[in-house]
Design a protein around this ligand. Structure first.
Ligand code: XMP
Length: 319
């Protein structure tokens, strides 16, 4: 009978067979998928694996430090941390088209990664935490014409360019299965249970052009929102929850004064695999409390709205 323990063993053997005594590099994104892939591959081939964490400066509050610490200290996996935030944010400034933004991030990710891989003396294989839904959705929208909904920055381009073969041990799995595999591998529950986070990071949660200031405002609002969700015991009931900083300013009043600041949208959905999703039904008191905190604590936001769109017709992310 099929068990996750057996699947783990099967994948470990498959990885060893594919890789032999070659070297593998793995791009860590800080998310569950690439982390589970890295730990699984490390189990299979040990220090033949080196992880590269390209820090694009689009992560949430304190997230990069947490990722680096966990991999280096907890798992003892060789990890290169590249701070490329200046490059990414510099090239994204002034760009407001969603696909253009995704493509810039994808290209810079590839270039940065390639440069670091060269410094390591290259590798024979490239590991990726690609899941089954990533595979389908970047090709076409199920049941419809062959249309790209969104360019996923973790699929394509890199292996051909770098002349490396792909190692993608999660290609057959859905998200819930990846989490089960992660638990099986001994990755802490606090990490496994984390909501998915998109490769392009906060850039796609800041519709329109991004600036360091906007990203900073978004980080603060997002951290407060997630803090309230955790404190109210709802984190594990939700597939994904995040703040979006809208490129819209509205008039408000604070004390005796008029304000003219940004609108923050809050999004939370339930889902099984990310392919479809329902908006999460928060209690209105929760939303009111969270909105008040965000407006009081984050300079630059004076209005908060809640997104009640399900997928389809919406997508989970706004871009
Ligand atoms: P959408 O917005 O298409 O998102 O409904 C479905 C799921 O995919 C995540 N997502 C991404 N993940 N690279 C990723 O690794 C990407 O470019 C990307 N874009 C969206 C999204 O957060 C949701 O979980």
């Amino acid at each position: 009978s099929w068990t996750m323990a057996a699947y783990r063993q099967k994948m470990v053997e498959k990885i060893r067979e594919q890789v032999g005594d070659g070297n593998v590099i793995c791009g860590l994104s800080g998310g569950v998928d690439s982390s589970v892939a890295a730990v699984l591959i490390h189990e299979a081939i040990g220090d033949q694996l080196t992880c590269i964490y390209v820090d694009h400066g689009l992560m949430r509050l304190n997230e990069s430090e947490q990722v680096v610490t966990m991999f280096r200290d907890q798992f003892n996996i060789p990890l290169v941390h590249v701070d490329a935030s200046k490059t990414f944010i510099g090239e994204l400034e002034g760009q407001s088209d969603p696909e253009t933004k995704r493509k810039i991030i994808g290209r810079l990710f590839i270039e940065t990664f390639e440069e670091e891989a060269k410094k390591l003396g290259g590798a024979d294989f490239l590991a990726q935490g690609t899941l089954y839904p990533d595979v389908i959705e970047s090709v076409s929208f199920t049941g419809g014409p062959s249309v790209t909904i969104k360019s996923h920055h973790n699929v394509g381009g890199l292996p051909e360019r770098m002349n490396m073969q792909l190692v993608e041990p999660l290609r057959e799995l859905f998200k819930d299965e990846v989490r089960a595999l992660g638990r099986e591998l001994g990755i802490p529950e606090s990490f496994i249970g984390r909501h998915p986070f998109p490769g392009p990071g906060l850039a796609i949660r800041c519709p329109g052009g991004i600036t360091p200031e906007k990203l900073d405002i978004l980080r603060q609002a997002d951290a407060i929102y997630l803090d309230e969700i955790r404190k109210s015991g709802q984190y594990d009931k939700i597939w994904q929850a995040f703040a979006v900083l809208l490129p819209v300013q509205t008039v408000g009043v604070m004390g005796d004064g008029r304000t003219y600041e940004f609108v923050c949208a809050l999004r939370a959905v339930t889902s099984v695999d990310g392919m479809t999703a329902d908006f999460y039904q928060f209690d209105m008191n929760f939303l009111g409390r969270t909105a008040t905190r965000i407006i009081n604590e984050v300079r630059g936001i004076n209005r908060v709205v809640y997104d009640v769109t399900s997928k389809p017709p919406g997508t989970i992310e706004w871009e």
